[in-house]
Design a protein around this ligand. Structure first.
Ligand code: NDP
Length: 322
């Protein structure tokens, strides 16, 4: 079968389409024929070597497709089930062997492509808005990169929970998309000082929570946007890592809280995975959560897809189709 392989960390050109042996289902595993793999920023971190893994490897942590085989002791799925999953490496491929515990059977009315698009970014937005800081009416939050994959979903979920949402984006076109996803205010953080704007928009009071996935270029000012005892949720580093932190900064900025969460720890048990995925997929089925599936690339063009994501040319979800 065909798969994208990385044999040395590097730029997008490190992603090469190769022939590899077809996987078989070992005990507890199912083989999934991949209809689409989701592109996520974490794929860039693994490709560049910012996040470490053994080489060579097949990237991709999210896919949707159909079960073609199950190994011994699999009770969660059967052959023919339409499924989606995240958190298991190797999705940039025609077939993937996945621990059945990580598979979610898709509800009727949700396509395998929607499933591929929803699992990682959708459940991330869900845990950020519902668990890390359970937003409520009266809260104001900041969502950086509000027109991105996670960003558009987080804006919608924050509004569903009754919060006021301030988004940041780099262009006017992205601002329109963020507003369409429910952002009450949108700041062009490439042109405006977003800290000063947040202070103005909150009458100097500041925010209950900042969701910061941009990292290096936003971290300092993000802290300055928070109300005393507010929560800084640093959940990514699209512009680069923030480096060392002196905890004293949290005191100086108003007894702030800081967390650096990962989806893995918010879907660690099968019960929590099914609960979180079930809610997100249910909202999609019911039309309450809109997925922007902007771009599809053939699997062989994975490098081009990475260039678009890193070049800030994408909005919403990008899929790779084998
Ligand atoms: P996005 O679709 O949000 O793409 C990244 C966006 O970041 C860009 O479109 C761009 O938006 C913004 N950005 C700002 N500065 C830069 C820069 N220097 N280079 C590139 N992009 C920049 O990606 P995802 O939705 O896949 O992921 C968003 C973030 O969330 C990532 O940092 C990712 O690692 C993180 N994440 C974390 C998870 C967790 O559990 N901790 C899980 C899922 C994602 P603009 O042009 O508007 O500035």
């Amino acid at each position: 079968m065909k798969a994208i392989r990385v044999s040395a960390a590097g730029g997008p050109e490190a992603l090469r389409l190769e022939d590899v042996p077809e996987p078989t289902a070992r005990a507890g595993e199912a083989v999934v024929k991949v209809d689409a793999a989701g592109l996520n920023y974490i794929d860039v971190y693994f490709r560049t070597g910012l996040y470490k893994t053994d080489l060579p490897f097949t990237p991709g942590l999210e896919a949707g497709g159909t079960v073609t085989a199950v190994g011994p002791n699999v009770t969660e799925v059967k052959v023919g089930d339409r499924v989606a999953y995240t958190g298991v490496p190797g999705a940039y491929a025609e077939l993937a062997a996945v621990p059945a515990q990580r598979l979610v059977v898709l509800p009727a009315g949700v396509s395998t492509k929607q499933g591929a698009a929803a699992m990682l970014q959708g459940m991330t937005a869900h845990y950020l808005a519902c668990t890390t800081y359970p937003l409520k009416a009266g809260d104001t939050c900041l969502v950086h990169a509000a027109a991105g994959g996670v960003g558009l979903l987080l804006c919608q979920m924050a509004k569903m929970r009754g919060a006021r949402v301030i988004g940041t984006v780099s262009t006017e076109d992205k601002a329109k998309l963020a507003r369409g996803a429910g952002a009450d205010e949108v700041i062009l953080y490439t042109q405006q000082d977003f800290e000063a704007e947040v202070k103005r928009l909150t009458g100097g009071r500041g925010l209950q929570v900042v969701y910061d996935s941009v990292g290096k270029t936003t971290w300092d000012k993000s802290l300055g946007c928070l109300a005393p005892r507010g929560l800084m949720v640093l959940y990514g580093q699209s512009s680069g890592p923030i480096g060392q932190i002196d905890p004293q900064i949290l005191n100086a900025k108003g007894s702030l809280y800081l967390t650096r969460p990962s989806l893995f720890h918010y879907t660690a048990t099968r019960e929590e995975l099914l609960q979180r995925a079930g809610e997100v997929l249910g909202w999609i089925r019911d039309g309450k959560l809109k997925m922007r599936m902007e771009l599809e690339f053939p699997l062989k063009d994975a490098a081009e897809a990475h260039r678009a994501l890193e070049g800030r040319r994408t909005t919403g979800k990008v899929l790779l189709v084998p």
